[in-house]
Design a protein around this ligand. Sequence first.
Ligand code: AMP
Ligand code: GLY
Length: 422
Amino acid sequence: MNILILGSGGREHALAWKLSQGETDGKIFVAPGNAGTSEIAVNLDIDPEHFDEVKREVICHNIGMVIVGSEAPLVRGIADYFSSDEEMKDVILIGPSAQGSMLEGSKHFAKEFMKRHGIPTAGYGTFIEGELEEAKEFMKTMKTPYVLKADGLAAGKGVVILDDYADAVTELEGMFGGKFGAAGRKVVIEEFMEGIELSVFVLTDGISYRILPEAKDYKRIGEGDSGLNTGGMGAVSPVPFADREFMDKVERRIIRPTVEGLASENISYRGFIFFGLIKCGDDPYVIEYNVRLGDPEAEVIIPRIRSSLTDLLLSVNDGSLGRMKVETDPRYVTTVMMVSGGYPGTYEKGKVISGIEKVSGSVVFHAGTRKDSDKTVTSGGRVLAVSSWGHTMGEALALSYSGIEKISFEGAGYRRDIGFDL
Ligand code: AMP
Ligand code: GLY
């Protein structure tokens, strides 16, 4: 079967890499892909949010399965577009319906869903433009810091955490005033939860689910978790504090009620659910849902899946997921992200990358790269993720860091402390 992966980051390279380990006798396509995916798959130069272009390529290349990497096409309804199109409805699409994607596409929807199903999460209130006074009154009843979240997709920038009441009011005015576009004209104000975060993933057909390896992501640009938020600077799997007892609580209190809640509300969901969790004391709480795999989490969890991912995805389609087993590699996998100078602020692109071929014993997943004749050059803020296996986290990290030392491009940066708090 020919398979198409939509997206262009490290997550999509990791998916293509896994499928290319003899999992399919068909061809692998990535749209639009990057320099790394072009070495193991065929890149298609289309925009995943232009569904008519996706359809044209699916027909032209006889594609049987489409895996949607990032949230935007899902929230815009790519799954519904496929299922309602006569020519596309037999093509397997991995990703939830637009309604299911609201778990990520609307913070308010996700909070109401959790409330309906008794899923532990921070207390909150939702306010729309014109309700500034009500929002201010609500904040006066809360302990600091204030967590303000734009309701809609805001490219990972829609969450602001502020200690000072006056600053929070100014921020709210900005959000209501269109600072995050339409996404922020509705704002969820949340209690702040203190704890350590982790990312838990499941694959579901909307009825059954299988838990995939969990991961910890390092979101801040600076060492010791300082500075601005990024898409993620590195990740580790497994997460030592996510022991059996804790994961049992996660499954019982969060995963099962989420999947059962979707089914009971007749929300069609075939794909990944990413639970952004926080461990407060000994208990898990949901910070957010995402409707896709994480990036860079995918670069550590996919290398730990020993089972055929293709078979797991096919079982999501034919209803046999409940009979599948996910075999995992017990070793640690770590990934360290190399980023462009200036990221997550402004940065230059087009820097020539050298030394990738000198890395051995790790896999280098490309995040923001492209080919420029025979050279590989940077084309994004996050450039490469160096993933490595080890019997200990330290062993895996040592390999990732020795890999990074062999790679160079002008302005390259990375965090030297991935895993520091585990
Ligand atoms: P989100 O986009 O909802 O994942 O939020 C981005 C980041 O903000 C999370 O990864 C947390 O570090 C932080 N955050 C969000 N909500 C809360 C909360 N209620 N309490 C503490 N930290 C939070
Ligand atoms: N690494 C967090 C995310 O993919 O949203």
